[in-house]
Design a protein around this ligand. Structure first.
Ligand code: ZN
Length: 160
């Protein structure tokens, strides 16, 4: 069976950045997704099309097919009084906010100078080329319930 729209693919993968550092991995057969539902980055989903159990693939994905480029407009300087007074701010600290479109946004503090705090709302992997080494473990039909819920049940289930 080949990976096509609404098949569930179970994959093992190792994700490395351009320097060869491992950013993320799942190698115990516990990662599964429903193909054609944009639940993984577009570059990887495209590369998975037509694959079958046992296939191995190495995919290099440019930022535009992954988490996009870093946008300067997502980096903002705000003042210290935007934060609760009892929180000790540190570089690298992350907190959740909302984008103007109402999407959840993770902001990371990248600089603190006096009363000015620079926050970066870019995805941590924005602007990075992603290098995936993937092994296709299993391919099966998604159930109607899985398609309705837009997530996998059983292996890889982290929603129930
Ligand atoms: Zn469900």
């Amino acid at each position: 069976m080949q990976v096509t729209k609404h098949k569930v693919a179970v994959i093992n993968y190792v994700l490395k950045d351009e320097q060869g550092n491992t950013i993320d991995q799942s190698t115990d057969g516990n990662f599964a997704y429903i193909h054609g539902t944009q639940s993984i980055v577009p570059g990887l989903e495209n590369a998975m099309e037509g694959k079958k159990a046992g296939d191995q693939l190495d995919v290099s994905i440019p930022p535009e097919d992954a988490y996009g480029d870093r946008q300067l407009e997502n980096i903002q300087t705000v003042t210290r009084d935007m934060f609760p007074p009892d929180v000790e701010l540190k570089i690298g600290m992350q907190f959740q906010a909302q984008s103007p479109q109402g999407q959840p946004l993770i902001l990371t503090i990248t600089s603190i100078e006096g009363n000015n705090v620079v926050v970066d709302g870019n995805h941590p992997l924005a602007g990075k080329q992603l290098n995936f080494n993937v092994e296709v473990v299993d391919v099966r039909d998604a159930t109607e319930e899985e398609i309705e819920h837009n997530h996998v049940h059983g292996v890889g289930d982290n929603q129930h």
